[in-house]
Design a protein around this ligand. Structure first.
Ligand code: ADP
Ligand code: 5RP
Length: 564
């Protein structure tokens, strides 16, 4: 699907104009944008959906069933984005491809894969029939027990780095996933020469040489103060894990926006761009968006809201904030400390309501009005008074990333009656994600990280009811990234820096990023009503968040899957 920007210049663009391409690899699709370097104007965008989507039922090679909480992806789907979305976007932009001076990519993280020394994914070797040979998507949650051991040992040994991750490393990050491979499929682990984020692997595909970016290494790979966890610590986890970082991760780290190579002849043929143009260091889809939304200054909290939500904010100080995902010096932009928190399912939670089915008359109404079901349920829910549905929910349908960092937690909805309608549940879950974000904002501020502005980017920004609920629940204005392709624009901005067109990310952000300040403002009476519901949410949060019942239910579920 391509969409030339309405203001795209005539096909014969100015000779002097220069452009970059940004490619955002999301959970369900890859998006490419063509951007004008001098002002960030988006000329065109193209989207390419992953043919295999999220692989969570059966392995593509051989069809082996996958256990619960697994989520994989197919490397060929990612290459296909380069082959299809990039040339389509360039063609739709109506520019001479030779005017493109750089390309940059961003990826969901921690989406991580084992490869041979030359970068060949093990999923594309004779090990393709083994589930652990495949890339683990960021939302792969089957390594929670490994994460629990990592955390217990780190606290027992007083490891300094654990405080940088809010006191708990997530099951979603690199070390828990690697430890799971080592202990569940030693052959795959021994064959793995490189354990690499997809954010860096896709750059390897573009340049033909390996590189590692400072963002994923810091936030997802426990790289702090110039080092990975010690071999002594790793050996205490599992003696065979002692040299994991030294043998499978170690590589010089590249700063965000730096040039890590040139577009190879092979990749030029895929993308239709000139060989030799600048390729920027890889990046994370959330953190790269700060540039697109002009949200790189201290205190600007950016929520990238899509399948999940990532919250990223800079501060001039290094603070230990309980329950956040991590803090990395220069993790978002040079010269300050980048903090990350998140919610593992947001758009996915709303999709879950749709997946449960809606009454046939709802389907008829949606068809008659030309609405998708998100729009239909949003419209039906919009008119309710705050609290009118009688429900409060916990948004943990895919676990809790922040501030509890426990992917064995699950969702809760209280107040259901025979009169409860689909739009009531939909709205209660919209509100639950807002309450979850309020918990995160309050934890950041309590931990010494001020939040002066709340900005939203990502696919959910288009839901005006959701944005208003966030404004009312947070009692803050909600600013919006101007681009609906925030991560891809952010990557294009980093590409412009890598190509030398702008001095650094801050300068490029000023020239190429855009945000719409205070698009939504809080309504005092609704905010008062939400304070009452938030207090109820907090009671549920603190009761169910300790594990207890939810962990027991998860253990029962898993026992039925494993047969005892
Ligand atoms: N109008 C809407 N209101 C609420 N959620 C939506 C709406 N449209 C799509 N979604 C959800 O947004 C998510 C996709 O977000 P998007 O940012 O486009 O993708 P990604 O997460 O891959 O970057 C899906 O989970 C989908 O269910
Ligand atoms: O944790 C992340 C970033 O740090 C993941 O990239 C994010 O949660 C998944 O991205 P999306 O919701 O856009 O699919």
């Amino acid at each position: 699907m391509t969409s030339p920007h309405p203001l795209a210049p005539t096909p014969h663009s100015e000779e002097s104009e220069q452009y970059t391409v940004g490619v955002d690899f999301g959970t369900l699709s890859g998006r490419a944008v063509v951007v004008r370097v001098r002002d960030g104007e988006e000329l065109a965008a193209a989207v390419h959906a992953y043919r295999h989507g999220v692989i969570d039922r059966h392995l593509p090679h051989g069809g082996a069933p996958l256990p619960p909480d697994w989520a994989l992806q197919h490397p060929q789907d990612w290459r296909d984005v380069l082959r299809h979305a990039v040339p389509q976007a360039v063609a739709a932009a109506g520019i001479d491809p030779a005017a493109v001076i750089g390309i940059a990519t961003d990826f969901t993280a921690c989406t991580v894969l084992p490869t041979l020394a030359d970068g060949t994914p093990l999923a594309e070797t004779e090990l393709a029939g083994r589930p652990h040979a495949w890339p683990k998507l960021w939302k792969h949650h089957a390594a929670q027990s490994h994460a629990d051991r990592i955390n217990e040992l780190a606290h027992a040994r007083g490891e300094k780095w654990i405080a940088r991750y809010g006191g708990r490393i997530s099951a979603e990050w690199q070390f828990a996933k690697a430890l799971q491979v080592l202990e569940e499929d030693p052959l795959v682990y021994e064959t793995c020469a490189r354990w690499i984020e997809a954010a860096d692997w896709i750059v390897w595909q573009l340049t033909g040489t390996e590189s590692r970016n400072a963002c994923t290494a810091g936030y997802k790979g426990i790289h702090q103060d110039g080092a990975y966890p010690s071999e002594e610590y790793l050996a205490a986890l599992n003696p065979r894990f002692a040299d994991f970082a030294r043998t499978r991760l170690a590589f010089p780290l590249s700063a965000l926006g730096s040039r890590v190579g040139s577009l190879s002849t092979e990749a030029a043929a895929w993308t239709g761009l000139r060989p030799g143009i600048a390729v920027a260091a890889g990046n994370v889809d959330a953190h790269v968006t700060a540039a697109a939304a002009q949200a790189v200054e201290d205190g600007q909290l950016l929520a990238i809201m899509g399948t999940s939500t990532c919250h990223v904010v800079n501060a001039p100080v290094l603070a230990d904030v309980p329950g956040i995902c991590g803090v990395v010096a220069g993790g978002i932009v040079e010269g300050t400390y980048g903090y990350e928190a998140g919610q593992s399912a947001v758009g996915d939670v709303f999709a879950w309501v749709l997946d449960q089915g809606v009454p046939s008359d709802y389907l008829t109404e949606a068809a008659d009005r030309g609405e998708d079901l998100h729009t239909l349920l949003t419209r039906k829910a919009a008119g309710q008074p705050v609290g009118g549905h009688g429900l409060v929910a916990l948004d943990w349908l895919n676990g809790n990333r922040s501030v509890l960092v426990d992917h064995h937690l699950s969702g809760v909805i209280v107040g259901l009656t025979l009169a409860t309608r689909p739009e009531d549940v939909y709205r209660a879950l919209l509100e639950a994600t807002a309450f979850g974000t309020r918990v995160i904002v309050e934890a950041l501020e309590a931990g010494g990280v001020p939040v002066h502005e709340f900005i939203v980017a990502g696919g959910l920004a288009k839901n005006e009811l959701l944005m208003q609920i966030y404004s009312d629940v947070l009692r803050r204005p909600v600013s919006l990234a101007a681009s609906d392709q925030g991560p891809a624009l952010g990557s294009a901005i980093h590409a412009a820096v890598a190509a030398g067109a702008h001095a650094d990310v801050r300068t490029a952000t000023a020239a190429m990023g855009r945000r719409l300040p205070a698009v939504h403002t809080p309504d005092p009476s609704r905010a008062d009503a939400y304070d009452v519901l938030f207090a109820e949410y907090q009671l549920l949060h603190d009761h169910f968040g300790t594990g207890g019942l939810l962990h027991r239910l998860r253990k029962i579920r898993d026992t039925t899957h494993t047969g005892g």
